[in-house]
Design a protein around this ligand. Structure first.
Ligand code: I3P
Length: 109
């Protein structure tokens, strides 16, 4: 699955709150492949190599949990992603349907 996702980092590894200055929203082209959610700067190209930056932004979603971000109301269609290393991301999808689809696909892994 792929599509545009806008990301906000809420907690870092070990569950510590992401400090100010790194809590902004950033738009990515997201690609879910196997157990990894790639958050890429540019649009998905099937045969292109993944850049260093894109690898750094990739999120391992094995044992991660995606839910609707019911406690966040500033933006619409936002899901909360908790990873196995205690990071928390808010991810804004382009529509309610897309958000539900991402939640379903992430939790299927
Ligand atoms: C953050 C940025 C986010 C904001 C966050 C700020 O600043 O303005 O958009 O979240 O507020 O800390 P920075 O880019 O300097 O990290 P919202 O859009 O959800 O308000 P927060 O600290 O209350 O999460």
């Amino acid at each position: 699955k792929h599509g545009v996702l806008t990301r906000k980092s809420h907690a870092d590894m070990d569950g510590k709150r992401t400090p100010r200055g790194r809590r902004g929203w950033k738009k990515f082209y997201a690609v879910l492949k196997g157990m990894i959610l790639y958050l890429q700067k540019d649009e998905y190209k099937p045969d292109a190599d993944i850049s260093e930056v894109d690898l750094k932004n990739a999120v391992r979603i094995h044992h991660a949990l995606a839910t609707r971000a019911t406690d966040y109301s500033k933006r619409a269609n936002v899901l909360k992603l908790k990873t196995s290393d205690w990071r928390v991301f808010l991810l804004q999808a382009s529509s309610e349907e897309e958000m539900m689809s991402w939640i379903f696909r992430i939790n299927l892994v």
